[in-house]
Design a protein around this ligand. Structure first.
Ligand code: GTP
Ligand code: MG
Length: 200
């Protein structure tokens, strides 16, 4: 499951511009500012690999990163940032939905959910759409360092509520992992999970 080598391959504005080889890939998806780029940086153990920013909406393209020359991590634009115009939002959904529905090499969408806040409607909408379209999903709860751990913490409550609210969209509850880019929580578990999904 170890990442020995990673290289940026390309940024694509449309699904049909993505790399055309048969390597399996995982799409990192979530609300703007949820920590997508930070998670990628933490997985590959490079600080500035996928560009992170406090300013939402930084990642605007489909970015392919090739890992160990054998599989891809894909960084997608965040959805739902407050200042996006209606046309930007429509663009987001048409181009990413096109990608989800047509990308045969997509093994699982890694849907990032901020564990430090209660379930957000836009995340529920995204989970609903992916579930109804039978797209394989793994829930990756981010920022688990920001809320106190232990029994009955707000983080556990937020995660439990989210899972209850999306259960009706899925035949089987999707796998889920708690992570933090600050403490490294969940990093190894996530890498192992992805290697099991790839079958090697
Ligand atoms: P867009 O590219 O705009 O969609 O955002 P993104 O999802 O890539 O978020 P990004 O990785 O840029 O992180 C947004 C902010 O959240 C940054 O200030 C990060 O430092 C912070 N952040 C990300 N992950 C964590 C985490 O695990 N814990 C804490 N405490 N902060 C985090
Ligand atoms: Mg980003």
């Amino acid at each position: 499951a170890k990442i020995k080598q990673v290289e940026f391959v390309k940024s694509s504005a449309r699904a049909r511009d993505c790399p055309k080889d048969e390597r399996p890939e995982f799409a990192i998806v979530g609300r703007s500012n949820v920590g997508k780029s930070s998670l990628i940086n933490s997985l590959v153990k490079k600080k500035e690999f996928a560009l992170t920013s406090k300013k939402p909406g930084k990642t605007q393209l489909i970015n392919h990163f090739l890992v160990n020359k054998s599989w891809y991590i894909v960084d997608l634009p965040g959805y739902g940032f407050a200042n996006a115009s209606q046309s930007m939002r429509t663009d987001w959904s048409s181009f990413t939905k096109g990608y989800f529905l047509n990308r045969d090499t997509l093994v699982s969408v890694m849907l990032l959910i901020d564990a430090s806040v209660p379930p957000q409607q836009i995340d529920l909408d995204c989970a609903n759409w992916l579930g109804r379209n039978n797209i394989a999903v793994t829930f990756v709860f981010t920022k688990c360092d920001k809320v106190k751990g232990g029994k009955g913490s707000r983080k556990d409550e937020n995660i439990k509520q989210f899972q209850e609210l999306i259960s009706k969209y899925y035949q089987e509850p999707p796998p889920w992992i708690m992570t933090s880019c600050v403490t490294g929580l969940g990093r190894d578990e996530l890498l192992l999970h992805m290697s099991q999904l790839r079958n090697y």
